[in-house]
Design a protein. Structure first.
Length: 309
C-alpha cells in the first residue's frame, strides 16, 4: 500500500479567540486574552496528528489558491503529510472559522458558506484505494453531507479492502439523518461520534443505547466520546468504558480529530481494540493542553509516556 491512511474532508484556518471580554472598551472595541491563527479542519487535524504518530499519511481536501490555502498546504508539507491529492478551486475562498474558546476549553464557532463547499471526493475514489484506511473527518458535513457522495466513497473504498473510519459532526448547512445514509453505514468499520452527536443521531440518552442504534444500521464498531467521562466502545462481541484521563484542558479544538487519528494509527499497527482506544483517549486528552488543534501532540513516545504516568 502507498499509504497507511488518507484523511478526507475539510481544511480551513481557525482564528481562535481566548478570554473574550464581552464588556466593550469603546463604542466598537472589545478585548480578549489572545487571538491566534491555526490551521484546522478535520482532515487537516487528523492528517498532521497521524503523520506525527509515524503514519504514512495523505490528505484529500479542497483549497483555494489564497493566503489561507497556502498557509494550510505549507504546514501540511512541513509535517510530512502527502499533499498530492489536494484539489484546488477558484471559488469560494479557503474557509476561516472564528472560534471563541472558554477558560475550560469549551468553544463556540462562527462559520460561513465557504464551509459548505462540496468538492466531490467520490469523483476521485481511484486515488483513495491505495491505502490501508480512509479517515472521513466530518460525516454529515461537507463534503460528506450528500448521501451519493458518502456512498460513492465508502462503498468503493470498502470493496477495495480499505478500512473506513468516520468521525461525525452535527449537521449545519444540510440536514441528514442515519436513515438518509443507511445504504452507506454498513461499509463503515469505526464510527466515533461525541455524546451530543450520538444523542442527536440516535435519539437515545445512554451510551449503550446510542451505540446499539449505530450497530443496528450495520456499523461494525462504535465509540462514543464522552468528554470528561471518557469514552464507550461497543461492537457485536464486546463493550467497555474507559475513564477520561486527568489533564488540565486549555482548548478542546481538534480533540476528537486527534482521537480518531490515534485510534486508526494503532489499529493499523495491530493493537487490540482496548489498547487502541486507550491510546486514542490519550491523544484526545493531550490535544486539549494547548491552543490549536495540532499544537500539543508531538509523537508516539509522548503519548506512551503520558499513558505510563
Amino acid at each position: 500500500m502507498k499509504y497507511d491512511m488518507i484523511c478526507v474532508g475539510m481544511a480551513l484556518i481557525d482564528s481562535i479567540i481566548k478570554g473574550f471580554d464581552a464588556n466593550p472598551v469603546s463604542a466598537s472595541g472589545f478585548r480578549a486574552g489572545s487571538c491566534t491563527l491555526n490551521i484546522g479542519g478535520e482532515a487537516v487535524n487528523e492528517a498532521i496528528t497521524a503523520a506525527r504518530l509515524n503514519m504514512k499519511c495523505a490528505i484529500m481536501c479542497s483549497l483555494a489558491n489564497d493566503p489561507a490555502g497556502n498557509m494550510i498546504k505549507d504546514c501540511l508539507d512541513k509535517n510530512g503529510v502527502d499533499t498530492s491529492l489536494i484539489l484546488y478551486r477558484k471559488e469560494p475562498p479557503t474557509p476561516v472559522t472564528t472560534m471563541f474558546v472558554n477558560d475550560d476549553g469549551t468553544r463556540k464557532s462562527v462559520t460561513t458558506t465557504a464551509h459548505a463547499y462540496n468538492f466531490n471526493p467520490d469523483r476521485h475514489v481511484s486515488d483513495l484505494t491505495d491505502t490501508k484506511a480512509i479517515l472521513i473527518g466530518s460525516l454529515f458535513r461537507a463534503p460528506f453531507d450528500d448521501p451519493d457522495i458518502i456512498n460513492g466513497v465508502v462503498r468503493k473504498a470498502s470493496e477495495a479492502g480499505v478500512m473506513i473510519f468516520a468521525d461525525t459532526k452535527l449537521p449545519n448547512f444540510r440536514k441528514l439523518s442515519l436513515d438518509d445514509i443507511k445504504d452507506s453505514l454498513s461499509y463503515i468499520d469505526y464510527i466515533t461520534p461525541n455524546e451530543d452527536e450520538a444523542t442527536y443521531f440516535s435519539g437515545r440518552t445512554l451510551p449503550e443505547d446510542m451505540a446499539d442504534v449505530f450497530l443496528s444500521y450495520g456499523v461494525r464498531n462504535v465509540i462514543i466520546k464522552l468528554g470528561s467521562r471518557g469514552c464507550y466502545f461497543k461492537n457485536a462481541d464486546m463493550s467497555f468504558h474507559l475513564d477520561a484521563l486527568d489533564i488540565d484542558a486549555v482548548d478542546a479544538t481538534g480533540a476528537g480529530d486527534s482521537f480518531v487519528a490515534g485510534l486508526a494509527s494503532q489499529i493499523i499497527n495491530g493493537l487490540d481494540i482496548t489498547e487502541a482506544v486507550r491510546f486514542a483517549n490519550a491523544c484526545g486528552a493531550i490535544c486539549t493542553t494547548a491552543v490549536g488543534a495540532t499544537t500539543a501532540i508531538k509523537n508516539c513516545d509522548q503519548i506512551r509516556d503520558f499513558l505510563k504516568r
